[in-house]
Design a protein around this ligand. Structure first.
Ligand code: PRP
Length: 201
């Protein structure tokens, strides 16, 4: 299942919960406060500043989920950076992901000979990033690394690790700080996990 399909199914379950008049429990639980997120972003920026000192790095954000994280991260970087974005879509049915990706919006500029750092909100099954990284490697960047704010190892389907990880999380449906459930909740400043009957939190 693609993460987007999983999102739709989980969000439908969440809507059922919201419509349940007998339910008085919390619908979502705070996972990381803004302070915890800020600390993780600052720690990541220190490593990136140190590793790329003296170099010009092209940050490649994978939309849409990356946009809040990238906006915060970039303001802590004191190295030379440029920014570009892609929009990707997973192939496959609602329940089975082939793992292949389709590039809906490609990079604006060439990455040949450049130091490229992919910026992602969450690393889940790993399918998106493993395929996208292979895709970019064909374009001969000087270096290619991945920075993910969240790493959910429990659902990994392929052997893939990010070079920079902000926070490691357990299984569960995450929303907020740019991350959605059926396009909702991206505006929440903190990171939450959806809870209640039928959720995997
Ligand atoms: C999310 C997230 C990653 C991907 C990770 O994107 O932003 O791109 O899923 O999942 P994976 O490791 O299982 O491949 P989503 O498809 O939900 O789209 P969005 O970024 O537009 O929210």
């Amino acid at each position: 299942m693609t993460s987007a399909s999983f999102s739709r199914i989980m969000c439908a379950k969440h809507e059922e919960l919201q419509n349940d008049k007998n339910m008085g429990r919390e619908q979502k639980r705070l996972l990381f406060s803004r302070e915890e997120i800020d600390n993780a972003v600052i720690a990541l920026s220190k490593k990136i500043n140190s590793d790329y000192r003296g170099r010009n790095v092209l940050l490649v954000g994978i939309l849409k989920g990356c946009f809040v994280f990238l906006a915060d991260l970039i303001r802590h970087l004191d190295i030379e950076v440029t920014v570009d974005f892609v929009i990707l879509r997973s192939y496959g049915s609602a329940t089975v992901s082939s793992g292949e990706i389709e590039v809906i919006k490609d990079l604006h500029e060439s990455i040949e000979g450049k130091d490229v750092l992919i910026i992602e909100d969450i690393l889940d099954t790993g399918l998106t990033l493993s395929h996208f990284k292979e895709h970019l490697l064909l374009r001969d960047p000087r270096s290619l690394k991945v920075c993910a704010l969240l790493d959910k190892k429990a659902r990994r389907k392929v052997d893939f690790e990010a070079d920079y990880v902000g926070l490691t999380i357990e299984d569960g449906f995450i929303v907020g700080y740019g991350i959605d459930c059926d396009e909702r909740y991206r505006n929440l400043p903190d990171i939450w996990v959806l809870t209640g009957e039928g959720s995997e939190a």
